[in-house]
Design a protein around this ligand. Structure first.
Ligand SMILES: O=C(CSCCNC(=O)c1cc(-c2ccc(F)cc2)cc(O)c1O)c1ccc(O)c(O)c1
Ligand SMILES: [Mg+2]
Length: 214
């Protein structure tokens, strides 16, 4: 058997990044995925858009759906103010295990709660389990056909407030057509597309930013 791609990515972080330095962790992953082997992190191009939207919102509570190896978790948590909380949901235990180590290597474990399980099961439990009233910012990067149902579930569970920002990765590649239709046609959202590239490639991809209007 041998190592998995996430495990090789973790090795690259431990070898090339400085413990406690989130920017060096981000750079080590981007270098590895651009020059050694591709992986489905949001990446550096879309990462700059994520950074700027995140800084604009300056959220107290963040939900990330789809942790993978924790690259976007580190990108988001490094910009969050002291006392703010990020909850990230990952279905795949092997991904979660690597993500925990990468988040800890960056020194961001105190801001981040990684929960293993399916978003559909966990979203209804957010209030009772984590004492969350609302999310100020939601980053969608998990199964693309779960974006729309999970957004409706967040609404139904009263976890969005007026002004909550949803930012969705991969709306072009692999694509999330149902989600785009939903947020662009719903009177409850103000949506905007940020054109970019699929991580570490020249292919088009982009992020959709949708503000919940209440
Ligand atoms: O893959 C999953 C679903 S979660 C990851 C969702 N993310 C993506 O699928 C995703 C995909 C791409 C992408 C892939 C191939 C291309 F040719 C082009 C683009 C890019 C992204 O930025 C993404 O976020 C999963 C696999 C096994 C499990 O055992 C489990 O539990 C989960
Ligand atoms: Mg993605």
């Amino acid at each position: 058997t041998g190592t998995s791609r996430p495990q090789r990515m973790l090795k690259a972080v431990q070898k090339n990044a400085t413990k406690g330095d989130p920017q060096s962790v981000i750079s080590a992953i981007d270098y590895y995925c651009r020059h050694k082997e591709w992986a489905m992190n949001v990446g550096d191009d879309k990462g700059l858009i994520l950074d700027s939207v995140l800084m604009e919102v300056n959220p107290s509570t963040v939900l990330e759906l789809g942790t993978y190896c924790g690259y976007s978790t580190v990108r988001i948590a490094r910009l969050m103010s002291p006392g703010s909380k990020l909850i990230t949901v990952e279905f795949n235990p092997a991904f979660a295990e690597v993500a925990r180590q990468i988040i800890a290597y960056a020194g961001l474990q105190d801001k981040v709660t990684l929960v293993e399980g399916s978003s559909g099961d966990l979203i209804p439990k957010m209030k009772e389990r984590f004492g969350i009233k609302y999310f100020d910012f939601v980053f969608l990067d998990h199964w693309k056909d779960s974006y729309a149902p999970d957004t409706k579930l967040l609404e139904d569970c009263g976890l969005l407030k007026k002004g909550t920002v949803l930012l969705a990765d991969n709306v072009i590649c692999p694509g999330a057509p149902e989600y785009l239709k939903y947020v662009r046609n719903s009177p409850r959202y103000e949506s905007r597309y940020y054109k970019s590239n699929l991580e570490y490639t020249k292919a088009e991809d982009g992020l959709e930013k949708s503000v919940f209007l209440g």
